[in-house]
Design a protein around this ligand. Sequence first.
Ligand code: OSB
Ligand code: MG
Length: 366
Amino acid sequence: MKIDRIELREIRMELVEPFEISSGVRQARRVLLINLISDGIIGWGECVAGEDPGYSYETTQTAWHVLTDLILKRIVGTEVATASCILDSINGIRGHRMAKAAVEMAAYDLEAKLKGNRLADHIGGVRDTVKVGVSVGLQPTDEELYQKVEEFIRQEYSRIKIKIKPGRDVEMLTGLRKRFPDFPMMADANSAYTLEDWPRLKDLDDLGLMMIEQPLDCDDYLDHSRLQEKLQTPICLDESIRSVGDAELAIELGACRIINIKPGRVGGFESSKAIHDICLANGLPVWCGGMLESGVGRAHNVALATLPGFILPGDISASRRYWHTDIVNPEFIVVEGEIHVPSGLGIGVEVKGDMVDELTVRKEVF
Ligand code: OSB
Ligand code: MG
């Protein structure tokens, strides 16, 4: 496919409520959207980099720089054999996987549309609905958390993930367990602990959690393996897994028993599929993580979660969990703990052009 034209824009979207994790709080998102255009068909991609470098070193601003100054001008006008190799000619850019993923995933949407396929089928998906959970940010009080969780259970989510940090953990989750003794629950620390916190981490082990996500620093594979050895509860790695090599290292060391795959974090679908395959071969379940995506990134995540190894519920919630109005039609809804894979071609949802134009704060065309 020939890439005739590329549009990159930044849109601003207010969250329905602040989202707080151990590294900071977000009120609004600065989302980069990419259009790759071939033969009048538009492939959509979303960059998941955050507003600040709390989760990853990448930010909206670094991604804008890497995309506009280094990547997009080298891709426009070229003939691309397959979506998976769209970045093969771009050498000399270390890391910046979120920026690269946005391009690669737009190419996958474009390729699926040009071939007349749904994206889920195009990448080898095996199901028409995906099981989904919801991620609940740190709340001002335990009581507010318990009310939030009750409401999300009412909305039929398959599992609840609770953000934790030292001091907002054991007591809070013990109270939550008392109120909801059997509901599938997990905790995500976003690297807030070290092995020195062992007494607290040990207490988390008695709460019947499905998993504890990223308790330690993202580069601490060795410490994660030491911790996993002492815990019954599976450790799930998120920030630590940026590539196939990271996944192999973590599995070899026993640093985790579950991996959360976010296509943006690992550089796109090709890398996601490779990590998925390695996990499947080694008996590790995977699930699709989220990055407070708009409907575009959400649609990509739904497609990814149709691969066979994605047997645990993903952080792919309904559009209205984060947005008053999403930028896609139809919006994503959760019924009986699942989201239906949209039936349209490619990502399967239509992007609301007028709304996107109104939200745009800067745009560059190549
Ligand atoms: O650690 O999974 C995370 C959001 C932003 C950055 C990191 C994380 C998260 C979430 C929300 O947990 C997942 C979602 O619903 O999009
Ligand atoms: Mg996480």
